[in-house]
Design a protein around this ligand. Structure first.
Ligand SMILES: Nc1ncnc2c1ncn2[C@@H]1O[C@H](COP(=O)(O)OP(=O)(O)OP(=O)(O)O)[C@@H](O)[C@H]1O
Ligand SMILES: [Mg+2]
Length: 259
């Protein structure tokens, strides 16, 4: 499927077969460079990083190896700035339902202005983020029996009260039981990773959910967007224990899918 972006402001373009180039920040590059194996397993596969003109090999895949000349060209044309070459998680799908749910009860990093922080805090308080640990950021899907695509944007997500949020979830997850069970299985795997990530905070991260009726792999749930995450490294803000806000969000969805 041609890649479709349902949320976010970063520039993300399709590059060679099934890969995306995300223009990002030093912070997100660091998050990928320092990511544990277990976290990397629930995030999109990162094949390469281009950081300040340098190419860093991450988990390069066979397609990237076959397209090594394209990777070299990308490096030359993107010698300024920070970029991730990620696997397009929807590439093998035919017509997936796509949804981005912003995770957690706090979305701001420690490194933004006071004004921006206050804005984030205000948004969390005024939306489902605070109580549910989830906020709808965007979605695109063709509902069963519909001939048109439903598209939900960030403003729609921010406008939802809890009951309306769950109504939206009911609409999105109008899929078969087998697919719901698979969403659940992947969410439980993400929860284990979050519970093992002591002193980490997934500020601003999202759950990206893709559900397809055709194609080979029909369900994918990934943890994405690590631009604002905190790891309590030396010299940085320290956090104790696990990210209870992010775990609350995952639990909200688990509860919804099991009721
Ligand atoms: N690996 C991927 N595969 C498929 N789609 C993706 C992938 N990564 C991102 N997307 C799409 O792009 C959207 C935005 O991604 P992401 O959250 O990483 O960027 P962003 O929010 O624009 O970035 P930032 O928060 O750093 O400004 C997602 O909601 C999803 O639709
Ligand atoms: Mg995002």
């Amino acid at each position: 499927m041609a890649y479709e972006k349902v949320a976010g402001r970063a520039e993300i373009i399709s590059v060679h077969e099934g890969h995306l180039l995300k223009t990002t920040t030093k912070e997100e590059v660091d998050s990928y460079l320092r990511m544990s194996e277990s976290l990397a397993n629930v995030a999109p596969r990162c094949c390469y990083i281009i950081t300040n003109g340098k190419l860093v090999e991450m988990k390069k895949c066979i397609v990237c190896i076959q397209n090594s000349s394209k990777i070299s060209q990308l490096m030359t044309s993107h010698s300024n700035g920070e970029f991730l070459i990620l696997k397009d998680e929807g590439y093998e799908m035919v017509n997936p339902r796509i949804m981005d749910l912003k995770l957690g009860t706090r979305t701001h990093s420690d490194y933004i202005t006071k004004e921006k922080k206050e804005n984030h805090i205000r948004k969390c308080k005024a939306t489902t983020s605070e109580k549910l640990g989830l906020r709808l950021s965007g979605a695109a899907f063709v509902g069963s029996g519909d001939s048109f695509a439903t598209k939900w944007d960030k403003a729609f997500g921010k406008s939802l009260k809890s009951d309306q949020f769950f109504k939206a979830m009911k609409n999105f997850f109008d899929v078969d039981e087998r697919q719901k069970t698979e969403v659940l299985r992947q969410l439980l795997k993400i929860r284990v990773v979050l519970e093992d990530s002591t002193s980490h905070r997934f500020f601003g991260s999202s759950l990206l959910i893709l559900i397809d009726d055709e194609g080979q792999e029909t369900v994918k749930v990934k943890l994405i967007d690590f631009a604002s995450m905190a790891r309590s490294e030396t010299g940085q803000q320290q956090y104790d224990g696990v990210d209870t806000g992010a775990i609350l969000g995952v639990n909200t969805l688990i509860k919804f899918l099991t009721k």
